[in-house]
Design a binder for this molecule. Structure first.
Ligand SMILES: *[C@@H]1O[C@H](CO)[C@@H](O)[C@H](O)[C@H]1NC(C)=O
Ligand SMILES: *[C@@H]1O[C@H](CO)[C@@H](O)[C@H](O)[C@H]1NC(C)=O
Length: 396
């Protein structure tokens, strides 16, 4: 180390030691606090359980972060010149009548963050010079009556308490009180709960409305079904139960396929099937979803003609749901899936119900190759079962 730096270092050490000495000059076991000039005394965070003997000259005492659990009579004996007193975070639960008896000069008192269970009715009365009082976070439920007598109060902090009866009359006579930090906690709690309750209702209402709009046909179906069950309706005998053999669920784009392939092969060829084709058989002027629900209920089977566009449109979801419900409730698997075109795996993945169905059921694929088509029709007829609701079959 070069000479000038070394000298500087020695100077620093000497200066620091001298400063430390002056600061700690009066710090020993009997007097554990820090003080520069015996007027400002800092006893904070020393785990003290009572106030040690301090110089009478002390005007400002910081006693925060200690462990005085109880402010007994004459806790500040001899400190008659005290102007400022900080007692934050001490775990003080009780204050006796004469705790501040000799602090008639005191101007600032900070009792922040103490769990005050017991405050003697008259404990504040000797503090006739008090201008500033911090009673925030002290768990009081009422404003101490004695504050009425402190005519020099200018600043009272009552924030973060559980004050339920807000008797602000106490401050009416205190003309010098411009700063009153007071939050009626009861009301804010009330607002908090109201907010929770209101938002819960709003959420439920929105969800219900959304569900009703989106699934109203299915909900109506479930309602009718449940009502039928409650009234004890018996299942109508199988043969006469259905108006149609097959309800065909398709996208409008595929109407040509239905016209040119499906109708000729199923309805016009032997043995006949009676098909429910939306564009032809639905009652005009009725809600489309109601029509679908009734068509599925009134048909022995439901044939879904799947294309990418149809899957993406989301229309087949309703058919899937009602078909699944019938599967669970009646034990009848009414759904037959036909893929009119290849649907990429990533599209199938996006639609949960379709993915489950396609992994569980066998489905038919409309073949591009014309030579494979006769076999397709055989397999489709097998999947649909034998048609049995044709009008002319009724007297068989
Ligand atoms: C004591 O020190 C404080 C600063 O720490 C100062 O404000 C105050 O005026 C000093 N009092 C005397 C009497 O020197
Ligand atoms: C504190 O002082 C009051 C009034 O002088 C007295 O009634 C009370 O008993 C004292 N408390 C204790 C613990 O000495």
């Amino acid at each position: 180390m070069s000479r000038p730096w070394f000298l500087l270092f020695v100077c620093f050490l000497l200066g620091h030691s001298a400063w430390m000495y002056s600061v700690s000059a009066i710090r020993n076991d009997a007097f554990p606090c820090w003080s520069l000039n015996k007027t400002f005394v800092d006893c904070s965070a020393l785990y003290l359980e009572h106030v040690p003997p301090l110089p009478q000259t002390t005007t400002s005492l910081d006693f925060s972060d200690n462990r005085i659990h109880k402010l007994a009579n004459n806790s500040f004996y001899g400190l008659d010149n005290l102007l400022q007193l900080k007692l934050c975070t001490n775990g003080i639960t009780s204050m006796e009548e004469q705790a501040f008896a000799n602090l008639q000069q005191l101007e600032e008192l900070n009792l922040k963050e103490n769990p005050l269970v017991y405050i003697h009715r008259e404990v504040f009365i000797p503090l006739q010079s008090l201008r500033k009082l911090d009673l925030s976070t002290v768990r009081i439920t009422a404003i101490p009556e004695a504050l009425r007598m402190l005519h020099n109060l200018q600043d009272v902090n009552l924030a973060s308490n559980r004050i339920t009866s807000a008797n602000l009359d106490i401050f009416r006579d205190l003309k010098n009180l411009p700063l009153l930090d007071y939050k009626p906690d009861c009301k804010s709690y009330l607002g908090y709960y109201t907010c929770i309750v209101m938002s819960t209702f709003l959420f439920l209402y929105t969800t219900m409305t959304y569900m009703m709009v989106k699934y109203h046909a299915y909900i109506r179906y479930l309602y009718q079904y449940a009502r039928g069950k409650l009234r004890g309706y018996q299942a109508i005998p199988h043969r006469h139960r259905y108006e149609y053999d097959v309800f065909v669920s398709y996208n409008n784009e595929d109407i040509r396929w239905v016209q040119w392939e499906l109708i000729p092969h199923l309805e016009e060829a032997e043995p006949h099937y009676r098909l429910c084709i939306g564009d032809r058989d639905f009652l005009a002027g009725r809600d489309i979803t109601t029509n679908i629900v009734e068509a599925i209920q009134g048909s022995r089977k439901t044939l879904c003609l799947l294309t990418q566009r149809f899957v993406r449109s989301g229309w087949c979801t309703l058919e899937f749901k009602i078909a699944q419900h019938r599967l669970f409730e009646e034990g009848e698997d009414v759904l037959v899936l036909v893929l009119l075109e290849d649907i990429p795996a990533h599209v199938v993945q996006r639609y949960n119900r379709l993915r489950q169905l396609m992994s569980r059921k066998t489905y038919l694929v409309w073949p591009e190759d014309e030579r494979a088509r006769p076999l397709f029709w055989v397999r489709l007829r097998k999947a649909l079962g034998v048609g049995n609701v044709l009008p002319y079959e009724e007297d068989v």
